[in-house]
Design a protein around this ligand. Structure first.
Ligand SMILES: Nc1ncnc2c1ncn2[C@@H]1O[C@H](COP(=O)(O)OP(=O)(O)OP(=O)(O)O)[C@@H](O)[C@H]1O
Length: 494
């Protein structure tokens, strides 16, 4: 039996050496070249059983070669390696007919497993490589971590199907961005992308929001209103925070997904549902199922292709890229360009990121707006992040007001540090520390006094030396929660 021959094209000599050694040891015959032209010649001559090619080569782009290889030799599988490791590369490689896409650097064991799979897989269908789609002006997904690469791969594989996807991840991890990418690169990309945040809709309105209503369906329904299912026809319906959907709406949604049609409130005729569903949640739905708050049958309908986006603290290698990306975005919007020192990057990677990518984006935007200096140092990152730390917990309201655990000197120190940082770097700090600090300490001062008097507003007013009505007004204006239990008059409630 002849050993399978593997053709390798990469202009990096060390990659060629490593690959031919590893594959040779595994019993394959290997031929290597640094040029796309030579690779193409071998393919035309009928050589080789498998191709492994790099993307960027001096004479031609490996991706452009794939459709030609597939037309000339439909049985010959192509593996693509790329150092670029972006979503666009993954999608392009898949669309052009690559069997698998391997972001560099890769693990040799993984490579050998892929090679084995590629050689063992049944003959590929002879089809047209898909037309490549230009992503155009879209929000890019940034990240080269293994987790993000896996996500890119799933998105790339799903470009030709309408399978339902369930995205799970903490708040701010990029669930909506992934949903948009699935839509933008999918079959329905020319149709609408409609996002519904289930958690933001009052329970009693969810069904009309999703399925619409006819005129006169209920009092106040003066005109017909289409629901999200109708608006998303031909496109994608993104159901965000699906774990917050009340049970009655879950039952209705399940029925619609089973029947493929829905009826508006007050409507007589069923309407065919023509949407691809992508759902997302930050909740553990298995736990919700056990607790009886999420229907198991609906879960299985939605969880056809699960995608988990890990929290940012589990993919630290993405942090420098993301931080750079957000700073670049600010610069493109006309803000002065900024650079991070190595130390600053290290500090960023040491942070827990409870708010995930959104928190990192906000931090980069805040720093760009507040500090004039071009270089962002570790000390500056520390001082900005220090504002977020209260015994390792995120602040209640970032930067706008100190949490209760923040001491007065912390609050004052924070303002002074910020003032000095701006002043020392040619910025124009505002001379308003007095007013800012007073405004900031007012709320915790009142809260703590109320806590000390167990909610007794009369005592609190007396302690503070404030008129009772003034205190009441401040409680209202500052939106301070009033304790249940003792009545405002000071008598214990029964
Ligand atoms: N991989 C990424 N590359 C670039 N930007 C990202 C990435 N992930 C998230 N972001 C940005 O972070 C912010 C939050 O992302 P997104 O709204 O998609 O998160 P989410 O998980 O849907 O959040 P939530 O659950 O709170 O709705 C957005 O501004 C988004 O553009």
């Amino acid at each position: 039996m002849t050993l399978p021959t593997i053709l390798i094209a990469d202009d990096d000599r060390s990659i060629r050496t490593v690959l031919s050694q590893a594959l040779g040891r595994a019993g394959y015959q290997v031929r290597t070249t640094a040029s796309a032209v030579a690779l193409w010649q071998w393919v035309e001559d009928g050589e080789g059983d498998l191709v492994i090619t790099d993307v960027v080569m001096p004479d031609e782009n490996g991706l452009d070669l794939i459709p030609r290889i597939r037309r000339a030799r439909p049985d010959l599988r192509v593996l693509v390696m790329s150092a670029q490791s972006t979503l666009v590369t993954a999608v392009k490689a898949t669309q052009r007919g690559a069997f698998e896409y391997l972001p560099k650097p890769f693990d040799l064991t993984e490579l050998l497993a892929v090679v084995e799979r590629a050689l063992a897989a049944p003959s590929p269908q002879i089809g047209n490589p898909l037309q490549s789609q230009q992503p155009g002006e879209r929000m890019p997904l940034i990240g080269r971590s293994v987790a993000m690469q896996d996500i890119y791969r799933v998105i790339a594989r799903l470009t030709t199907s309408d399978l339902t996807v369930m995205i799970n991840g903490e708040s701010g991890t990029g669930k909506e961005l992934v949903a948009r990418a699935l839509h933008d690169y999918g079959r329905r990309r020319t149709g609408p992308f409609i996002a519904v945040n289930v958690a933001a809709i009052p329970h009693e309105f969810i069904e009309t929001e999703l399925f619409g209503h006819e005129r006169g369906a209920f009092s106040g329904a003066t005109a017909r209103s289409s629901g999200r299912f109708e608006q998303a026809a031909g496109g994608t319906l993104f159901l965000d925070e699906i774990g917050d959907m009340p049970l009655a709406a879950q039952t209705r949604l399940l029925r619609v997904l089973q029947d493929g049609e829905f009826t508006t409130a007050g409507g007589k005729h069923p309407i065919k549902a023509n949407v691809r569903i992508i759902a997302a949640t930050h909740r553990d739905l298995h736990q919700a199922i056990r607790a009886g708050t999420f229907r198991e049958d609906l879960f299985y309908r939605l969880n056809v292709v699960p995608i988990r986006i890990p929290p940012l603290r589990e993919r630290l290698e993405d942090i420098p890229l993301l931080a750079r990306h957000f700073l670049d975005e600010c610069a493109e919007e006309g803000q002065p360009p900024k650079a991070l020192t190595e130390d600053a990057t290290t500090r960023l990677q040491a942070w827990r990121w409870p708010g995930n990518v959104r928190e990192l984006e906000n931090l980069m935007r805040r720093i760009t707006a507040l500090y004039p200096q071009e270089t962002i140092t570790g000390a500056l990152i520390d001082s900005e992040l220090a504002e977020t730390i209260r015994d390792g917990k995120p602040a209640v309201a970032r930067g706008e007001a100190p949490g209760d655990e923040e001491t007065l000197s912390d609050a004052v120190g924070r303002h002074i540090r910020r003032y000095l940082a701006m002043d020392g770097n040619g910025g124009a700090p505002l001379h308003d520390i007095y007013d800012k600090v007073i405004a900031e300490v007012e709320r915790p001062l009142i809260r703590m006094t109320l806590a000390a008097t167990r909610g007794n507003q009369i005592k609190a007013a007396a302690m503070l030396g404030l008129n009772r009505n003034t205190l009441r007004k401040k409680i209202r204006d500052l939106d301070i929660p009033v304790m249940k239990g003792p009545s405002p008059s000071g008598r214990e409630a029964d």
